[in-house]
Write a protein that binds this ligand. Structure first.
Ligand SMILES: Nc1nc2c(c(=O)[nH]1)N[C@H]1C(S)=C(S)[C@@H](COP(=O)(O)OP(=O)(O)OC[C@H]3O[C@@H](n4cnc5c(=O)[nH]c(N)nc54)[C@H](O)[C@@H]3O)O[C@H]1N2
Ligand SMILES: Nc1nc2c(c(=O)[nH]1)N[C@H]1C(S)=C(S)[C@@H](COP(=O)(O)OP(=O)(O)OC[C@H]3O[C@@H](n4cnc5c(=O)[nH]c(N)nc54)[C@H](O)[C@@H]3O)O[C@H]1N2
Ligand code: SF4
Ligand SMILES: [Mo]
Length: 735
């Protein structure tokens, strides 16, 4: 008995199923995970975990997990090979492509899960820089690119940062549902143990205004819920700003000192009267006025967005207006105030109470071949501004012949067949590649198509550091987790794939173009992380040597007075804004008069039991549902003669999918709410399995229907659809 007890150990770690990084305690015996529980000693998270994270043990030991590399044969079958052989063969193919077509022909797409490995992106970027290939794509550019780059490039931003949740009296939260998604930026409900954070905030008296066509988990706890018509957030924000300016509720001194072109903006928004806005948004005029007054009363707290508006029409304009409402109300830290958290992993850097002016060069990188208006997007990361090509048009870059055409795609923890806008084109594009490589732990819809699949390590098999979340915390918190169990299969990490290919291609790779990697012997994860965090406010070895997550007692960052030699102004009326406002008005007016061919609006949402396409393969999560229902208001169902649970057809001007109808009183009438990344390939072959695999909403859109300027962001949400009873026979008894 004693020897058994000695072989077992309990260690602290954190979950990386999603980006909330909940701390956990793992018990391991003879390199086998035997228990995984929340780390209740962690004060920041208070023992919080969710149902997905609790399935990590099943994921780790899943019988269908890919534990080797797979090579596709000419007849479509797959042969198991070693990762070394796979990497050798992939490198040979890349060399040939490089020689024939040049570096731009080699692309990588780094999906959502690639962000969960803390070393992926700096190494991936180092690989692209060394290869001289701009074709670096990530899921950020089909997520919220306006929020993380475009907005700041056009308007500028405040050097001292914006008020966070902890310091807020009010939060205006637009299309963001942190209680399910565990995702927000500081200012919204924090991602870490969100229900607790919301409860504590409300106890402190924070007033929450939630804008969502659905009475979401957050909306039902909000002080004011504006159940908006999908796609009308720009109109609402324009209205709120107009009311605040007309009633002179804004921070006039801040506006005088730090912003410009307020008068131009005010004139251009004059038409957004409360009556006009109420009609277009289908909201009560008094609620709109109440929201404007409640937000403006503050005195502290910000407006923020999630994917709801960013997936819909006019995301660049919406982002501009969100930043504007924060700026005119002066929701920024001033000289002498303390920043709640300036990050632990970045260098010590003074923060100034001044505006950083617009950065037009952030909008001017490599152009896409689809349109000169679309090109590299600058994303503001913990490591500074990083340029990425826009994923929304990656399929076009693969299909469009000519110089620069993408011939090889390396897909890291992503699932483009299900995730990219315009599923048919994405599928066509992936099929046409000379080389498709995936690193994944399961045979995803995309991995099914790949020439090579490399089995990946899973989170408990690797070290990691909370780099992604470093500046999202509201206190100087960090967590370095060691490996919990050693991987037993022939599996590698995502960043190792880039390093291994880099070595074989003879590249010299450098982290942040400053810190060269040893290209002879593969560096350790710690080596890579230390090159990413040189000069960190807390030395990496301190974080490494500590068990579990920790809030560091480091000197406060106090905002410094402005430096008159560098202080700029935020521009409230940048080039192109006037046209964007016109276009939003045209859309809003047209939608009011819309003919009724497609009378419903389909919107996106996250589901509790899956993380994009990860989850349905795990038994406990599957038991909670194996489809992405079409959530519809029961009154609409009754009007359409559709039964709860019936398979229906959802069609747009671009395509048709089956869906399981589910009555949901939380959905606004006239709206259908469905999650993305479900279903199979776009050829309709999986349609009769909609109850088992769901359906893919990206079949209902064409990525080039309304590409957003700069990012090419497609409209994935607020899509006009019709709902009809399906004629196809049901193949399954439904339960
Ligand atoms: N459980 C779970 N968590 C996840 C994910 C997941 O799949 N499952 N995905 C992760 C990813 S990739 C991301 S980017 C984040 C996203 O995190 P969030 O942005 O918080 O995503 P959602 O939970 O979908 O919340 C978006 C809300 O916008 C609303 N909405 C839809 N259309 C509109 C509109 O036109 N206007 C307004 N105002 N609201 C609208 C929806 O009803 C929904 O409540 O979540 C992450 N977390
Ligand atoms: N219509 C519509 N489309 C959307 C959205 C929407 O709201 N509506 N949302 C968009 C957004 S915000 C995003 S972020 C994208 C998501 O797009 P993607 O990131 O492309 O999709 P995911 O399903 O998250 O892909 C994750 C893949 O990683 C694999 N995986 C899981 N764990 C591991 C691991 O540890 N290592 C490795 N290597 N692989 C692993 C999974 O099996 C899966 O194949 O979709 C976008 N598409
Ligand atoms: S919220 Fe759930 S999935 Fe995300 S890190 Fe925490 S336990 Fe894991
Ligand atoms: Mo996302």
């Amino acid at each position: 008995m004693e020897s058994l007890a000695m072989a077992s150990k309990t260690v602290k770690t954190y979950c990386r199923f999603c980006h909330a990084y909940c701390p956990m305690e793992a018990t391991v015996e003879d390199n086998r995970l035997i228990d995984l529980v929340p780390d209740t000693s962690n004060t920041l998270y208070g023992g919080y975990t969710c149902v997905k994270g609790r399935q990590l043990p099943e994921q780790l030991y899943h019988p269908e997990r890919i534990n080797c590399s797979l090579k596709k044969n000419a007849d479509g079958s797959r042969t198991e090979i070693s990762s070394v052989q796979a990497l050798d063969e992939i490198a040979d193919k890349l060399k040939a492509i490089l020689k024939e077509y040049g570096p731009r022909a080699i692309a990588s797409y780094n999906g959502t899960v690639s962000f969960q490995n803390s070393a992926t992106h700096p190494v991936a970027k180092a690989w692209h820089v060394a290869l001289d290939s701009p074709s670096y794509y990530t899921s950020i550019t089909i997520d919220q690119p306006a929020k993380v780059g475009i907005g700041a490039a056009r308007m500028g931003f405040w050097g001292g940062g914006s008020h966070t949740w902890r310091d807020a009296n009010v939060a205006l939260i637009i299309g963001n549902n942190t209680l399910v998604s565990h995702f927000s930026i500081p200012g919204g409900v924090p991602s870490f143990s969100p229900s607790n954070a919301l409860r504590e905030g409300k106890k402190r008296g924070v007033k929450v205004i939630c804008v969502d066509p659905r009475r979401s988990e957050l909306a039902s706890r909000a002080d004011l819920h504006l159940q908006i018509k999908p796609g009308q957030d720009a109109v609402l924000l324009a209205g709120l700003i107009s009311i605040i300016l007309a009633e002179e509720l804004h921070d006039k001194a801040f506006c005088t000192d730090h912003i410009e072109n307020l008068d131009l903006l005010e004139d251009s928004l004059a038409r957004f009267t409360p009556d006009y806005v109420a009609e277009r948004t289908e909201l009560d005029k008094n609620d709109i006025i109440a929201a404007a007054r409640l937000f403006a009363a503050g005195p502290r707290g910000t407006a923020s967005t999630g994917t709801g508006p960013e997936m819909g029409p006019h995301p660049n304009l919406i982002q501009h207006l969100v930043q504007t409402i924060n700026a005119i109300c002066g929701r920024h830290y001033r000289a002498g105030e303390k920043l709640p958290n300036a990050g632990v992993l970045g260098p010590e850097a003074p923060r100034y109470a001044q505006a950083v002016p617009p950065n037009p060069e952030w909008l001017q990188g490599v152009r896409s071949r689809v349109s000169d208006d679309i090109g590299e997007v600058t994303v503001l990361t913990a490591n500074g501004p990083i340029k990425e090509m826009p994923t929304a048009v990656c399929a076009d870059e693969i299909l469009m012949e000519g110089e620069g055409q993408i011939k090889a795609l390396i897909c890291i923890g992503g699932n483009p067949v299900l995730a990219w806008p315009g599923q048919e084109k994405a599928h066509e594009a992936l099929k046409s590649l000379d080389l498709l490589v995936c690193i994944d732990y399961k045979l995803s819809a995309t991995a099914e198509m790949a020439d090579y699949v490399i089995g990946s390590k899973l989170c408990l098999e690797r070290e990691d550091l909370t780099v992604l979340t470093d500046i999202w915390y509201e206190e100087p918190y960090s967590h370095y987790t060691k490996t919990v169990v050693e991987a037993e299969g022939d599996v590698i990490e995502e960043w190792e794939l880039f390093w291994e290919l880099g070595k074989r291609l003879g590249l010299n790779m450098s982290i942040n173009q400053q810190h060269p990697l040893d290209m002879e012997n593969c560096p350790t994860k710690y080596d890579v992380l230390s090159k990413m965090t040189t000069d960190s406010r807390v030395p990496l070895e301190d974080i490494y040597s500590r068990e579990g997550g920790h809030t560091y007692d480091i000197p406060d960052v106090v905002i410094q007075p402005a430096d008159p030699t560098t202080a700029g102004r935020m521009d409230l009326f940048p080039e192109g804004l006037s046209e964007e406002i016109e276009s939003a008005v045209r859309d809003a007016d047209a939608s009011l008069l819309a003919k009724n061919d497609y009378p419903y609006l389909l919107i996106s949402r996250r589901m509790k039991n899956t993380f994009n396409s990860t989850g349905p393969e795990l038994s406990v999560l599957a038991a909670k549902g194996t489809t992405n229902p079409a959530f519809i208001n029961p009154q609409d169902l009754a009007a359409l003669g559709i039964q709860d649970g019936e398979v229906i057809s959802v069609s747009s001007a671009r395509g048709e999918i089956p869906a399981v109808a589910q009555g949901a009183p939380d959905i606004k009438r006239g709206v259908v709410s469905m999650s993305h990344c479900w279903g199979g390939a776009p050829d309709g072959s999986g349609d009769d399995k909609v109850r088992e695999i769901g359906a893919n909403t990206n079949r209902l859109i064409d990525n080039l229907d309304h590409p957003e300027k700069y990012t090419g962001m497609a409209r994935h949400s607020a899509i006009a659809v019709k709902l009809s009873k399906t004629v196809q026979p049901e193949t399954q008894e439904h339960v």
